[in-house]
Design a protein. Structure first.
Length: 116
């Protein structure tokens, strides 16, 4: 029997309340141009190296906000990444814990940066 599900993640979705504000914030943090198209009035695809991230304002609600990081952003220098996020006035929810730290986006989603 063939296996129709591929062992690969196509995209990770993040619920956001305002698609344009979220696009601008994430593109700024990640150093990406914010010139892509907002699809169907509620989706913005962040072009990542590897699995893309889809910002989605249609799925946003208090219940869908991430209470724990569903994934982490990679860094080659955890201390530099931490200072960078501080300089961007990002809400940091932990200090550097070994090789990672957590933060919140403007909608309150908990996310992580990890040096692997």
């Amino acid at each position: 029997m063939s296996k129709p599900i591929v062992n690969q993640i196509g995209a990770a979705f993040i619920p956001v309340s305002d698609i344009e504000r979220a696009r601008d914030w994430y593109c700024d943090i990640l150093g990406l141009p914010a010139d892509g198209e907002i699809l169907f009035g509620h989706l913005y695809i962040l072009p990542m190296n590897g699995t893309d991230i889809v910002l989605d304002s249609k799925i946003h609600s208090e219940e869908t906000i991430y209470k724990a990081p569903p994934f982490h952003f990679n860094t080659n220098d955890i201390e530099e990444a931490y200072e960078y996020m501080k300089s961007k006035n990002v809400e940091l929810t932990t200090g550097i814990e070994g090789n990672w730290f957590n933060f919140r986006d403007p909608d309150g989603n908990h996310l992580m940066v990890c040096q692997c």
